[in-house]
Structure formats: C-alpha cells, structure tokens
Design a protein around this ligand. Structure first.
Ligand SMILES: *[C@@H]1O[C@H](CO)[C@@H](O)[C@H](O)[C@H]1NC(C)=O
Length: 327
C-alpha cells in the first residue's frame, strides 16, 4: 500500500476512482431526490381537489342538457335499486328511463323507493325525471324502443348489473358531446374476416380477450354506452324488420344490431372510453358456452341483410388524463 501510493501511475488511478465515485454519488443523489419528488407528487395528487371533487360536467349552466339513463332490467329489483341509487348521484344525469318488460307492473314499494332516491339527489334546481317505460311483451327490442318525450338528446344505455363510477360516466358523456353521432362506450368488441374460408365472406366475432390481444375493436356494446336518441327512432322505424325479429327470437345480439345501425349511419368507428367496471349481478350470458358462436352467426346474418359489412375497426382508446399523470 505504502509503496503503491508513491508511484505516479497508481496516484492517477486513485484520482480517477475518486472522480468516478463522485459522479456515481451525484447520480444516486439525483435519483433519491427524483424519487422523493415523485412520492410527494403522488401523495399530494390523491388529495388535490381536481382528483376528488371537481366534476367534468358543469352544473352551473342550467341550459346545458345532460343525459338520460336508459336502464334495461328484468326481475332483478335489488340490482335495479342499487344501480339507480348509484347513477342518481352522478352529475349530468337529467332523466331515468327504466325499460320494463315484466308481465306484472312495477310494485308500489319499488316505485316508492326509486322516487325517494331521485328526490334525495334532486338539488340545486335540478329535478331528475323518473319514468318506467312499460312494455306489453318481453322482447329485447324493447330496450331500443323510440321514446317520444325524451328530455335529452342522448341516452346512456346500461344493463342493471354493471356499475361504472360517476367520473367514468362523465368522461364518456364529455366524449359523446364532442362526437354526438358516435357511439361512445366502455365495453369494446371486435370482428374480423375469416381467412380460412377463402373467397367466402365470413366474419368472426371477437370478445374481450380478442380486443385485449389485438388492441382493436369495431363495436361498443349497448350494455354501457352513450348514443344519440335518434338511433332509438331509427332502430324502431327503419331497422330491417327481419333483423328485429331475429333479435327477438334468438334473445341475443340486440347490442350488435345497434352497433351495425350506428356504423351504417356514420361510416365511422365507435369510441372506447376506459372505465372501471363493477359487476354486481351474477354471471351473464356472455359467460356461458356457445356464446361466441351465436354472436358470430348474428354478425354474418346482419352482414347478409345489410349487403355489406358496415363496422369500422379502430384502435383508439380514451383515458382520463387526470389518472395518467406520467405523460
Ligand atoms: C344504411 O345506410 C344507408 C344510407 O344512410 C341507408 O340508405 C340504408 O337503409 C341503411 N341500411 C340499413 C340496413 O339500415
């Protein structure tokens, strides 16, 4: 050691080592500071007002119309109560239409309960409307029946067994306001041409895992989507009767039908908005076997009647930029 320190070569080595060491320490220090800053920002962000309380829907502007919750339900009053209690709290909700297809009319106690929920959430000059749209027959086409006295231009079509946070609903509503002819929703699905069939034009329906894998979609399902109310009238009055019958008989594919209708009218893709989904019911039909085969049959049946494939694929996804602070 003593002998080495004397030599000029080793002294230079030691100096180089010191220099290198100080650079490393600076980098390390830099990382520590950066990490602390990130931690601080992250902790602060969870308590910042725009994260928690600020609503995207401007409530002060009373002239601005909100949306109608169009909820489809069947013999699940507990889920209906839960859903409506939740959505009644969301800003921008003007009206609630319950598509009722059960043989007996809604019970007094159910009506009383829901009216109470609506009253509780009607404040600051906002009066939420509550309506049961009673249907004589039980058909899946009921959920897209034309509504003559609708208060808003847009419906938020929803199943009774899924709940999305108000922040997600408001984001989707905002997206729809920017693109009022487009279907804007939370549940994407896709289709593709079956190459193995050669010249025959045959399409395959792809569920959530296909969308997840490919990153593209061409439909958003009406179990959770915003669309203009004019499409209800179009579905009721202009959509091919043979396809409406097909939907009613198979008790399936009304959501694909609406996707076809809007795609044919706009020649554009729908918009997928990222939203957190909470399933409050038991497993639905999409979890049962044979589902995809049936959906594929629907797609091909619709293509045959339309005489073309109207669906347009896209890979665009809308996210709330407040939740993605790492730009
Ligand atoms: C598709 O859109 C065209 C043009 O808007 C319309 O004439 C046609 O009837 C639509 N097709 C169906 C099956 O609805």
């Amino acid at each position: 050691m003593v002998a080495m320190r004397g030599s000029p070569v080793s002294r230079r080595a030691v100096q180089r080592f010191r220099k290198l060491g100080s650079v490393k320490i600076k980098i390390l220090l830099g990382f520590c500071i950066l990490f602390t800053l990130i931690l601080l920002v992250f902790r602060a962000s969870t308590s910042l007002p725009w994260q928690q309380h600020y609503s995207l829907v401007d409530q002060s502007d009373v002239h601005r119309k909100g949306y109608t919750l169009l909820i489809n339900t069947w013999k699940r009053n507990d889920l209906l109560k839960k859903s409506i209690s939740h959505y009644a709290e969301c800003h921008g909700l003007d009206s609630i239409h319950i598509v009722w297809s059960e043989p007996s009319s809604p019970s007094e106690s159910l009506i009383h309960y829901l009216e109470h929920v609506v009253q509780r959430n009607s404040k600051n000059g906002r009066q939420i409307e509550l309506k049961f749209d009673i249907n004589a027959e039980d058909s899946l086409n009921n959920r897209f029946k034309e509504i003559k006295d609708l208060k808003t231009d847009v419906v938020f079509s929803i199943d009774d067994d899924v709940i999305f946070p108000c922040s997600s609903v408001e984001l989707a509503f905002n997206v729809w306001q920017s693109a009022p002819d487009t279907m804007v929703g939370f549940v994407p699905r896709m289709h593709w041409l079956d190459q193995s069939r050669g010249n025959q034009e045959y399409y395959v329906y792809g569920g959530w895992w296909s969308v997840w894998w490919m990153g593209t979609y061409s439909m958003v399902l009406s179990k959770a989507a915003f669309f203009h109310e004019k499409y209800l009238a179009m579905y009721t009055n202009e959509f091919p009767a043979s396809l409406r019958d097909y939907v009613a008989q198979n008790r399936n594919c009304e959501d694909i039908a609406m996707s076809f209708l809007v795609a044919n009218a706009t020649a554009a893709a729908p918009i997928w908005v990222k939203g957190k989904i909470f399933e409050i019911g038991s497993i639905g039909i999409s979890s049962l076997g044979g589902h995809r085969k049936k959906r594929t049959e629907c797609v091909n049946r619709f293509v045959a009647t339309f005489g073309k494939m109207p669906l347009v694929s896209t890979s665009m996804k809308v996210v709330d930029s407040r939740n993605t602070w790492f730009w």
